[in-house]
Design a protein around this ligand. Sequence first.
Ligand SMILES: [Zn+2]
Length: 319
Amino acid sequence: MTEQHVIAIDLGGTKLAAGVVDREGTVLRRTEHPTETSSQDALLAQIDGAIEELMNGEVGALGIGIPSLIDQRAGQAGSSVNVPLTGVHLRDQLATRFGVPVALENDANAAALAEHRFGAGRGTAHMVLLTLGTGIGGGLILNGELYRGSLGTAGELGHITIDLNGSRCQGTCPGIGHLEALASGTAADRLAEDVARARPTSGLGRALAEGRDVDPRLTVELAKSGDPDAREVLDTIGYRLGVGIASYVNIFNPELVVVGGGFSRAGDLVLEPARKVVAERALPPARDAVRIELAVLGPEAGLIGAAVVGFEALDSVAV
Ligand SMILES: [Zn+2]
């Protein structure tokens, strides 16, 4: 086998990152562009362009991570909220165009693969990954492999019900009282605004009065400086997250739960209350053995994970 590199694409709602990646997960060349969301054709042309820019003779496959449910039967996005890709046979189209094997993967599944091979989950066989951002993404590593389910859509860990009488979930999800609606960065945003309005003299309240964005970034900043109301917001989010994680511990008995995504910058301010709930409510002995830790690869996890599936595609045709 002469091809030792793949081109990985990490397509997000706001940016498209692309890179040439080797088998050790090292990103050798990297480009980044604002995601072209004006139309499906424009986005497909942008993906083609990003690949052409990086293509060379040592590239043996493409790995594409997208923020969508993937239908692996057809090699297409089953549903996409932030990017116009629904209904495109992306895997086959790219394989035909570039003449190399192509793998498609959900972005959180890709992040789980990356953390498992090269990050916080190295050496584990059973790992659960959650990404906290606008929503809550999930990925499952079971017996050392990414668990995809029958169609490829498994691991949607943000979409479990933790409040029977809760509100409708975000985006196109028809669920009620899902973890995503209660413990994501968006949920933290809502909670912080509620606190700011209810307590105008609090740090969050004063920030709102000054016209500042009472977003998760500000809440984390205030909490880290000791602000009690901001800490209460993160404590509540961590508690809810822990309720979800306790269920994953009972179902999957993981060695490790990895928490990543933009909102994970809250760190132990969210993880500590989550660990406390898991220690109280999950079933022993699994609850006593599980570790709940932060992801280590940061925003590159999606790109590196896309490369991992690219190498899987390359190796599956080489056998
Ligand atoms: Zn949902």
